[in-house]
Design a protein around this ligand. Structure first.
Ligand code: SAH
Ligand code: SF4
Ligand code: F3S
Length: 468
């Protein structure tokens, strides 16, 4: 048994890790033939991609998948810790699984993902959730076959507090045939004071460039049209591994594979260099769409958050991108109600938003996470004030989404066709700038990139028709 420990997660001693090529012990192959798994994923793209790997492993074990929890022999929750409501949702589903297990005694229930890394979650499960068969951490989920086997008889808690080995060649069942996630860097070293990710995902570890490029080449052979290079902070890529190879060089090498579309996320403004901007501007297959979280427009709050940039530095970077990358769409994340945020601080955020006119923004009310430094700060912002600030902020960001979309009416944009929408005869897909486009057309091939003339702009999407 290994239990999570934030003190260990926080320690700065460097851990040596090995690169290991995953191989399933043949004794597990098809061991669970005929069994069904209900896999529920919470959280970010990183978690979604972990679920694709988990699915790949479970398929080798013989599992099929079901969307109906009542049908399942294994209920597996791939959880997220980023805010309180993600916690509540996972515990809610555990309650439901418990109820089902009362009349289905051999139902297996497991929890993985970021919540598994939290001491308080694991302590609660050990004390109050004896029906949970296993908890497995983000650094060792590939041990699922072994844990599953022993957890039939006794609750298993297998959570490594610090990152372990870097596992290559994991089996994968991707949710799309055209768009793929490719991990380039695991973990995060930034330790923003509000954020739990460095504790749940460990220290920054980059994958070797050869492994990344090989994965992209294989995706091209399999007909994939788009890759999203993933990391909590992709702009730190290579720092832990190479002297002279960063995200700029990696993006350039991936662009040269000629995969039609490359995206990357998430970017931390601190590590964004001019070379990276130049490469994005130079290659047409690197999409002009950047997620650049700002979190706050107040220098005082940014400092308390430990973000390592000022509003002025952020804006300089923002405008440089807009200037150098043609047609560049920029989206962001913003937190309101951080401890000590005054009305003036909040006004600073609104001022910044009015200057940046983001194409998209994810806005959140600050949620204290146990074990992070900000959780010890006292907050004088009331719940009502936080809600009012969020409401006001959303009203303003929404007007810019619509304003930016309005500018596209009459223009033609390239769209990767993902499917047919509920309304018959209508397709949907995403533009180069990552906007959802619903459109009509004849003989449109799903998985192809077509030119669409935009006819109508809405706040969250655009309508159009295939241009001849
Ligand atoms: N690595 C990315 C984002 C990680 S989490 C980055 O640094 O930008 C995604 C978003 O969740 C963050 O950008 C932040 O806006 C939000 N977030 C993180 N911790 C939070 C917390 N404790 N309360 C509210 N929002 C939070
Ligand atoms: Fe969290 Fe900050 Fe790391 Fe993003 S950069 S994952 S917000 S600690
Ligand atoms: Fe959530 Fe973990 Fe991602 S906390 S946002 S699933 S890294």
């Amino acid at each position: 048994m290994h239990l999570p420990d934030f003190k260990v997660a926080r320690s700065s001693t460097k851990i040596d890790y090995n690169k290991i090529n995953y191989k399933l012990d043949s004794k597990y192959l098809n061991k669970y033939k005929g069994k069904k798994c209900f896999l529920k994923t919470y959280g970010c793209q990183m978690n979604e991609h972990d679920s694709e790997n988990i699915k790949g492993i479970l398929e080798l074990l013989g599992f099929d998948f079901t969307d109906n929890i009542e049908d399942a022999d294994l209920v597996l929750l791939n959880t997220c810790s980023i805010r309180e409501n993600a916690h509540n949702k996972a515990f809610g589903l555990l309650g439901r699984a418990k109820h089902i297990k009362e009349s289905k005694r051999d139902l297996m229930i497991g929890l993985c993902g970021c919540m598994a890394q939290e001491e308080i979650v694991v302590n609660t499960i050990m004390a109050k959730y004896p029906f949970v068969n296993f908890v497995i951490g983000t650094h060792n989920f590939y041990q699922l076959p072994e844990i599953l086997e022993v957890s039939e008889y006794k609750q298993q808690i297998e959570v490594y507090s610090r990152e372990g080995d870097l596992i290559e060649s994991l089996p994968v069942d991707r949710s799309s045939k055209y768009k793929a996630y490719v991990n380039i860097i695991y973990g995060c070293d930034k330790f923003c004071t509000y954020c739990i990710v460095p504790y749940t995902r460990g220290r920054q570890r980059s994958r070797e460039k050869e492994d990344i490029l090989k994965e992209v080449d294989n995706l091209i052979k399999d007909g994939y049209k788009e890759v999203t290079l993933l990391g909590q902070n992709v702009n730190a890529y290579g720092k832990d591994l190479y002297d002279n190879y960063s995200l700029a060089e990696l993006l350039e090498d991936v662009a040269k594979t000629n995969i039609p579309r490359i995206r990357f996320m998430t970017s931390h403004p601190w590590d964004f260099t001019d070379e990276m901007i130049e490469v994005i501007a130079k290659y047409p297959n690197i999409m002009p769409s950047i997620h650049l979280p700002v979190q706050s427009g107040s220098d005082r709050i940014l400092k308390l958050m430990g973000r390592r940039y000022t509003k002025e530095k952020y804006l300089t970077l923002f405008h440089k991108m807009k200037e150098m990358i043609p047609n560049c769409a920029i989206s962001t994340d913003i937190i309101v109600g951080f401890p000590g945020e005054t009305e003036e601080d909040f006004e600073e955020t609104l001022k910044l938003v009015k200057e940046c006119k983001y194409d998209n923004a994810y806005t959140f009310i600050y949620s204290p996470r146990v074990g992070t430094p900000a959780a010890k700060l006292t907050s004088n912002v009331t719940k009502e004030e936080k809600e009012q600030r969020l409401y006001k902020l959303n009203e303003i960001v929404n007007t810019y989404f619509k304003e930016n979309n309005d500018k596209l009416v009459g223009k033609t944009v390239p769209v990767l066709v993902e499917g047919i929408s509920d309304k018959k005869n209508e397709y949907f897909g995403y533009s180069d700038t990552n906007k959802l486009i619903n459109f009509t057309g004849e003989d449109v091939e799903i998985g192809s990139i077509v030119n669409v003339e935009i006819t109508t702009a809405k706040t969250w999407s655009l309508d159009g028709k295939v241009s001849k």
